[in-house]
Design a binder for this molecule. Structure first.
Ligand SMILES: C[S@@+](CC[C@H](N)C(=O)[O-])C[C@H]1O[C@@H](n2cnc3c(N)ncnc32)[C@H](O)[C@@H]1O
Length: 245
């Protein structure tokens, strides 16, 4: 499908400077969801405003795309941020934000970890292989897979995939850590997503102190007459502990 622009005369692709609170970010337009997944803005602002969530913590960002949320974690004072995504181009764009212009990282090879300052980056198929994480533990985990329910027939498999991803993430969570689950799968209702999260924690032997649900930003309206607008969920499970502790 040809790329269409409704306004503006700039040659594409082009770079646009954006701000998330105090974080400045150059994004390439056009790109998926505006090049930086605009819907995640509520979580990014939350991370920056409640900086105690990430401060001095080792953070894991699964399905990290071009890393804007990872950079927000760093800005909030994270000790380290480990970002994993399957898309070579997204990781290349992320690393180009961290490195001088002449330095380029090659994400051709899967499961190779690159480190730059506080950031670790890896290209991996997160529906297949989490072996690159070995038995590393993190005190904050952000899990943000792509849409897992592209059609009605895919809903049962999508729900199963969420349960499996959450269970794997729990293996890498430090006792007392926080788990942030995102879902852009519109065919899974918020209440169903909450059930998946709560049940998976319980089945895997974890309890949590609080659950916060972030509201979508005003430019992602959730009106009654527009139920499709309710596709995006951000659930924050605070102070997760194994049941036997
Ligand atoms: C919803 S976006 C993530 C947005 C990101 N968390 C952020 O804060 O900007 C989903 C991401 O999943 C990645 N992805 C899709 N399939 C994948 C796979 N099999 N393994 C790893 N990443 C995958 C895409 O490249 C995309 O970056």
């Amino acid at each position: 499908m040809p790329v269409r622009f409704l306004r503006g005369k700039k040659e594409i692709p082009y770079e646009e400077k954006i701000f998330v609170n105090q974080v400045q970010w150059k994004t390439r337009i056009p790109g998926q969801k505006g090049g930086f997944f605009l819907d995640v803005r509520n979580l990014r602002s939350f991370i920056l405003e409640k900086s105690e969530l990430a401060r001095d913590r080792d953070c894991l960002h699964l399905f990290s795309h071009t890393g804007l949320t990872s950079v927000c974690l760093e800005e909030a004072g994270a000790n380290s941020v480990f970002s994993a995504d399957g898309a070579k181009e997204a990781l290349e764009e992320f690393s180009s934000r961290l490195l001088p212009e002449e330095e380029v990282l090659n994400f051709e090879k899967k499961n190779t970890i690159f480190t730059k300052g506080k950031h670790h980056m890896v290209r991996a198929d997160l529906f297949q292989d989490w072996g690159f994480l070995e038995d590393k533990k993190f005190s904050l985990i952000v899990l943000d897979p792509p849409n897992l329910t592209p059609n009605q027939a895919s809903v049962p498999a999508g729900k199963k995939a969420y349960r499996s991803l959450i269970a794997k993430a729990l293996f890498h969570l430090e006792p007392g850590g926080d788990l942030i689950l995102l879902s852009c799968s519109g065919r899974i209702l918020e209440s169903e997503f909450e059930k998946i999260g709560r049940e998976t924690l319980a089945i895997k032997g974890w309890k949590y102190k609080d659950l916060y649900k972030l509201r979508p930003e005003p430019d992602h309206p959730t009106r009654k007459e527009f139920p499709e607008g309710k596709y995006f969920k951000v659930h924050i499970y605070k102070k997760c502990e194994p049941l036997d502790q």
